[in-house]
Design a protein around this ligand. Structure first.
Ligand SMILES: NC(=O)c1ccc[n+]([C@@H]2O[C@H](COP(=O)([O-])OP(=O)(O)OC[C@H]3O[C@@H](n4cnc5c(N)ncnc54)[C@H](OP(=O)(O)O)[C@@H]3O)[C@@H](O)[C@H]2O)c1
Length: 282
């Protein structure tokens, strides 16, 4: 039995689908009762509804599990607290493998949500738990969050057109998760998971133009405008400040990594952005 936390998000459901397809039995920790049906559909065998801040719930969830796949909610101000508690519950339960869904380059202090994951990684090293850490780049699937705008011909970005970004297909990440979680040879490993190509935003707009057969133009949104709109849509202050810091980092430094490890883990070339986009369209 593998416990997956943060199970109802896009990451959690992708991981559950992949673990389930590989034959693992899955227990999912979800936040709300209305998450039970979609997570069951994704392949979870057993579901616990509860909060990652609740240690007794985490003990109930880890009891009898052979492994934990820990996914913290995205851009959470509580990443370190949740990390500390799920590590404590995993120690209590004596689980055989703790897999942490981290992020590419958690070492970057200028991005608070990355740095929080660095602190959780440090706690994992000190926990004595048998661990594997996965560090995915930004998902290609994030593009689908503003797909309507893209197919209306506008790539709206709060950083410059020259910004070079590498992404990864979440399905490749989920396949890698299913490969590492039950195999002792991946114990104690930290793996960066990145797709094989990287694009400036100008090149991305060109790729979208070619694939969609419409003209997709870049519209650089001033960061103050992005901030106002995010707040008006109800995004919290911590999330807005953190994402503004992330966009600033992207703008100054680019954000990409190396795909060799992901290809090695999967035993095939990782999915290119072009292939991902064609798959989405079909
Ligand atoms: N997006 C990317 O490109 C990317 C790249 C690399 C790594 N990551 C990492 O992937 C992780 C998951 O991202 P995601 O977007 O899939 O997650 P998400 O949708 O933000 O969150 C996953 C689930 O956690 C639940 N949750 C929220 N607060 C909770 C609490 N206190 N206790 C228990 N569950 C709670 C959420 O439920 P509610 O709906 O009730 O809030 C949601 O169903 C993040 O840690 C992120 O940093 C993301």
């Amino acid at each position: 039995m593998i416990l997956v936390t943060g199970a109802a998000g896009k990451t959690g459901q992708a991981i559950i689908r992949s673990l389930s397809a590989s034959g693992f039995e899955i227990r999912a920790l979800v936040h709300r009762k209305d998450h039970v049906a979609p997570v069951t559909m994704s392949g979870a065998d057993d579901i616990i509804v509860g909060d990652l801040s609740d240690l007794p719930v985490l003990k109930e969830a880890t009891r009898g599990a052979m492994a934990v796949y820990h996914i913290c909610p995205n851009v959470s101000p509580h990443e370190v607290e949740y990390g500390r508690k799920i590590i404590a519950a995993s120690q209590w339960a004596g689980i055989g493998r703790f897999v942490y869904h981290s992020v590419l380059h958690p070492q970057i202090q200028a991005m608070p949500h990355h740095w929080a994951k660095m602190l959780v990684e440090e706690m994992i090293f000190e926990s004595g738990l048998p661990f594997t850490i996965l560090q995915p780049a930004a998902y290609m699937q994030n593009l689908l969050g503003y797909w309507d705008t893209i197919i209306s011909g506008s790539l709206q970005i709060p950083y410059s057109a020259d910004t070079l970004l590498g992404m990864v297909d979440l399905m490749d990440v989920a396949d890698a998760a299913a490969i590492v979680i039950g195999d002792p040879k991946h114990e104690g490993a930290t793996y960066e998971l990145v797709g094989p190509d990287r694009y400036t935003q100008t090149e991305l707009a060109e790729l979208l133009t070619n694939i969609l057969n419409i003209t997709v133009q870049i519209e650089q949104v001033p960061i103050e405008k992005w901030e106002r709109e995010a707040l008006s849509k109800g995004l919290g202050m911590y999330q807005v400040d953190t994402l503004v810091a992330m966009f600033g980092y992207y703008d100054r430094n680019n954000f990409w990594g190396n795909s060799t490890v992901l290809g090695w883990l999967l035993g095939r070339k990782a999915t290119t952005l072009k292939t991902f986009l064609h798959r989405h369209l079909s």
